[in-house]
Design a protein around this ligand. Structure first.
Ligand SMILES: [Zn+2]
Length: 171
């Protein structure tokens, strides 16, 4: 997965996590109803697909849909169909935890923070602030202004123009 795809998937993940974190505990998937296979049982079928072993009976099947149908008809268990995004979220959470343990999330975090900035809105708000409050056009060069922006979003510094001329051009 290239960097842009990773960031895009991460943003989807963040949206989903923010909107549905309370749903996870209520979810049930086929893996919750599988037993651990015995050492003499195959882990994959002849097509290389993972085999699911029912923990309520001796049934086993390699296709998730068939296993889900089995749970519904034989054990009255309804499993939700997890879509690709849910799987992506799970994968991203796992990868992010790995990065966190290695203390290597800074590059990833910085990209997310930078992408969270609405540059057009920032520009318009700053123009309004300067005009309405009669602030200096040199505001973009103020270290205090940079510190304020950094406090709100640590990834913002790279996105803020620091030229004295920029504000003049904007207004
Ligand atoms: Zn069963």
């Amino acid at each position: 997965m290239d960097s842009d795809s990773f960031i895009s998937a991460a943003q989807s993940a963040v949206d989903i996590l923010e909107n549905s974190s309370s749903l996870h505990s209520a979810r049930s998937n086929v893996h919750d109803h599988c037993r651990t296979r015995q050492s003499d049982e195959p882990s994959h079928d002849m097509h290389g697909r993972c085999i699911y072993y029912c923990k309520y009976c001796s049934w086993a099947k390699s296709v998730t849909t068939n296993f889900r149908n089995h749970l519904r008809t034989k054990h009255a268990v309804t499993c939700i169909v997890e879509n690709d995004v849910t799987e992506d979220v799970r994968m991203l959470q796992k990868l992010y935890q790995q990065l966190k343990q290695a203390n290597e999330t800074s590059t990833f975090d910085e990209k997310i923070l930078q992408q969270a900035i609405d540059r057009d809105t920032f520009k318009q708000c700053l123009i309004d602030l300067v005009i309405v409050r009669s602030l200096s056009l040199s505001i973009l060069t103020w270290p205090e202004f940079h510190m304020l922006c950094k406090a709100l979003n640590p990834g913002s510094i790279a996105s803020i123009p620091i030229s004295h001329q920029t504000m003049r051009n904007w207004i």
